[in-house]
Design a protein around this ligand. Structure first.
Ligand code: SF4
Length: 94
């Protein structure tokens, strides 16, 4: 589980975040390039766009699940009510 205290300030605000445990392996960026991108200034991936649709939520979650060092977290309380219901029905863990 990602440590929210290591959340990078370069992430756009919202439910998903990357932490400083990122090892810059590129997996999340390959899975969901519209959500995760490399920040060259810090050498880590960051969230550049929070998911707004169920499809984007699934992509963001695939990136989270694929991270080998658990450097991606998700705060379900920051999801919009509609997206939160979709996460529940899609059984995406908070
Ligand atoms: S999958 Fe994890 S370790 Fe790899 S680039 Fe993304 S956040 Fe960093």
């Amino acid at each position: 589980m990602a440590n929210p205290e290591s959340r990078l300030p370069e992430n756009v605000p919202g439910a998903f975040y990357v932490t400083s445990e990122c090892i810059d392996c590129d997996i999340c960026r390959q899975v969901a390039p519209s959500i995760y991108q490399r920040n060259a200034d810090i050498g880590y991936s960051v969230i550049v766009r929070q998911p707004e649709t169920e499809a984007e939520l699934r992509l963001a979650d695939e990136g989270l699940e694929g991270c080998p060092v658990e450097a991606i977290g998700m705060d379900a309380t920051a999801l919009s009510p509609a997206l939160s219901r979709r996460a529940d029905s899609a059984q995406i863990p908070a």
